[in-house]
Ligand binder design. Structure first.
Ligand SMILES: [Zn+2]
Length: 167
């Protein structure tokens, strides 16, 4: 019974595979399946490069989003978020992303006019500002029953965000 198979992979590399751990009647089929794929080295090399590219791309994209969000927050004079550096960065991105997504969905892809959008945006922004004021108030003068419930603004606004959640 044939155990060693000479396989020419799709990348052109040849490999000798011991298929004795496969059922005898499955070996030919498995050899064919292998031949339609890259060899292990090529597969691994492609994958490593992709993963590195992906990580670099994600990092660049994250920095780009952060810069956009910071600029947006300054433009609309959004109240500063409080918390750890990481939480604040996330909160600023999240706040911007939610409104940007809402704009895309409602105005660019939906039926909402620019004028209607301005009202929606105004409402959302004033709600965020009101939330911030409320949290400041609770921080400065917590009623006994509220004292345990004060959370950093970043997590509060993600929970009560008007248009759903963001990543
Ligand atoms: Zn190869």
């Amino acid at each position: 019974m044939k155990k060693l198979w000479h396989i020419t992979h799709s990348c052109g590399h040849k490999a000798e595979r011991d298929l004795s751990d496969r059922a005898a009647d499955r070996r030919a089929g498995f050899a064919e399946w292998l031949a339609n794929r890259e060899c292990t080295d090529c597969w691994r090399a492609a994958r490593t490069t992709d993963e590195q590219d992906k990580a670099a791309w994600l990092e660049a994209r994250r920095a780009e989003e952060q810069a956009e969000s910071d600029a947006w927050s300054a433009q609309y004079r959004m109240p500063p978020l409080e918390g750890t550096v990481r939480a604040v960065a996330w909160g600023v991105r999240c706040r911007h992303q939610i409104l940007a997504d809402a704009y895309t969905g409602l105005v660019l892809e939906g039926e909402t006019s620019e004028a209607q959008w301005e009202v929606i945006e105004e409402t959302a922004l004033s709600r965020l500002a009101a939330q911030h004021d409320e949290i400041q108030r609770l921080r400065n003068d917590p009623a006994p029953e509220d004292a345990g419930n004060v959370r950093p603004l970043a997590s509060v606004s993600s929970k009560t965000a008007p248009f759903g959640s963001c990543s």
